[in-house]
Design a protein around this ligand. Structure first.
Ligand code: ATP
Ligand code: MG
Length: 255
């Protein structure tokens, strides 16, 4: 079943066409990737999906509801979470506090509130903490719960961003280049973590530069170039698409 659908999504910044009539469907519980060269419109697409940017034209339906005119917090409350290309943590807060702040998005609305209402013997704070610890464990950060987020090594900060996004209990999680700046070993670890996130039943949309990296993990890939969706489909379909080879791989090898 499709959980998200963008139709003719368009974003112009003055004369610049950051996105031009991009349409796609997102399948529930699957890993999707959006790839393309620098400036292709990948982050702009995430910004439109999360209410950060208002599209010039087009629509976005999430679970049947049109969301393209909603505010970021409204989109988050509906169940779409994201990470940013540039890390956005609270560096002066602990790792655990960073996750607990994110959980707040859900405490009023979601599953967590059901847990909290039923807990007569357990303080709310403790319940939130225990749930937060689960997200940290999932991302391999449980030993650093009391460390200041700003003191974590770079790769761990990136994983904390994913933990924070998960803590909002989203249906869909959008990851904007989660492996940016990582070494090959850290990158493979993050790919495994993304599989774990899918294992939780989440729908994943991943932005990546590196086509080879997403081939093994994605069920569906959208290729953007200069704001236009030039190809989409299974990794095999995309890999063999002449437009992709020319516009994306060809250019990459000339660097
Ligand atoms: N707020 C903005 N105002 C004006 N132009 C913008 C704005 N945001 C993005 N752009 C432009 O839109 C185009 C697409 O940018 P975007 O950040 O979406 O690309 P990207 O695919 O994420 O690139 P990268 O791989 O470098 O992250 C670029 O030409 C960029 O300069
Ligand atoms: Mg980007």
């Amino acid at each position: 079943m499709f959980v998200l659908e963008a139709r003719e999504l368009t974003k112009h910044f003055g004369g610049l066409k950051a996105l031009e009539a991009v349409s796609f469907k997102v399948k529930e519980g699957a890993i999707h990737s959006i790839i393309g060269p620098n400036g292709a419109g990948k982050t702009t697409l995430f910004n439109c999906l999360t209410g950060v940017t208002r599209p010039t034209r087009g629509s976005i339906h999430f679970s049947g509801q049109e969301i393209s005119r909603l505010q970021p917090h409204e989109v988050a409350e509906l169940g779409i979470a994201r990470t940013f290309q540039n890390i956005r943590l609270f560096p002066e807060m602990t790792v655990m506090e960073n996750v607990m702040v994110a959980q707040h998005t859900r405490t009023k609305y979601g599953l967590l509130s059901a847990v909290l209402r039923g807990s007569s013997f357990m303080s709310k704070e403790r319940a939130v903490r225990e749930k937060g610890f689960e997200y940290l464990e999932l991302m391999g950060l449980e030993d650093h719960a009391e460390a200041l987020a700003g003191n974590l090594p770079y790769g761990s900060q990136r994983r904390l961003e994913i933990a924070r996004a998960l803590a909002t209990e989203p249906k869909i999680i959008l990851l904007d280049e989660p492996t940016a700046g990582m070494n090959p070993m850290e990158t493979l670890e993050v790919m495994d973590l993304i599989r774990k996130v899918k294992g939780l039943g989440k729908t994943v949309i991943l932005i990546e530069h590196d086509m080879k990296l997403v081939m093994g993990i994605s069920e569906w890939i959208l290729v953007l170039d200069h704001g236009v969706g030039i190809a989409e489909g299974s990794p095999e379909e995309v890999r063999n698409d002449p437009l992709v080879i020319e516009a994306y791989l060809g250019r990459e090898t000339t660097h």
